[in-house]
Write a protein that binds this ligand. Structure first.
Ligand code: SAM
Length: 232
């Protein structure tokens, strides 16, 4: 998969050289390119923002650098090979594991990280003329910029690309994969600070373990996230 990220703070993404995604990049499974939006400006101050029409606090990201970035990263591609363009936004659809699964099937994603009060609305309209556009929210709260949201999405999507996680079975029994939260996990020692591992996990009875884990999933979900149960 190829991913292009446009941001005024490219160094936010330095952490994506680490761990599983770092290895996926070095083995060529993931081709991640981070671009500085200011490279598409043409004035001495490399300006990316201006005051909002209609007044109000804060600044708005200017459309011209974004238009030039989209021209370079999207519109030069043949129509059939154009990427899905994702703008992180607290006003977008909420990102879920299902969104991550869907996006992991794409060949090319472009993320546009907003800052300040956000991006001039015409940029989204222009992008929609070029290809598929998704405004995606990490949750119902406001971040300072799209970088952290983009990193979270890249990590959730990236680990679903075949070959990124060594043992694909470990992707199946995860929270949200079957609509429920995951069961509790334990490792050695079996007794630690007077707390013991549930007997059933030491029993070697695989059917009993599977039943216990399923019961724990349902009970945890009921207690912590009852909103998930109807769909599960
Ligand atoms: N004025 C905007 C609003 O109220 O919808 C918020 C702008 S926010 C300060 C700046 C940027 O942070 C946004 O353009 C977006 O890229 C990013 N952002 C903030 N909260 C986010 C969230 N919950 N999910 C995804 N991106 C978010």
């Amino acid at each position: 998969m190829r991913i292009d990220v446009v941001s005024i703070f490219p160094s936010y993404f330095d952490g994506l050289t680490l761990s599983l995604l770092g290895r996926a990049r070095s083995t060529g499974i993931l081709d991640l390119n981070v671009h500085d939006l200011r490279d598409w400006t043409h004035d001495r101050h490399r300006t990316v923002d201006d005051t909002p029409y209609g007044g109000g606090a804060g600044m708005v990201m200017k459309p011209e650098p974004w238009g030039a970035a989209l021209d370079d990263l999207v519109s030069r591609e043949p129509v059939a090979a154009r990427p899905t363009i994702i703008f992180p936004s607290p006003a977008g659809e909420v990102f879920t594991q299902a969104t991550a699964r869907e996006l992991s099937t794409r060949e090319h994603l472009v993320f546009g990280c907003g800052r300040y009060e956000g991006i001039d609305e015409r940029v989204f309209e222009y992008a929609a003329d070029l290809g598929e556009v998704r405004l995606v929210s990490l949750g119902d709260y406001v971040l300072n910029g799209g970088e952290v949201a983009t990193m979270a999405m890249i990590e959730a999507v990236g680990r679903l690309i075949p070959g990124v996680v060594g043992n694909p079975e470990s992707l199946v029994e995860e929270s949200h994969e079957d609509g429920l939260l995951e069961y509790p996990s334990y490792t050695k020692p079996s007794s630690w600070r007077e707390r013991t591992v549930p007997d059933v996990l030491l029993s070697g009875n695989h059917a009993a373990i599977a039943t216990w884990r399923r019961d724990q999933q349902i009970e945890r979900t009921r207690r912590r996230r009852p909103d998930l149960l109807p769909d599960a």
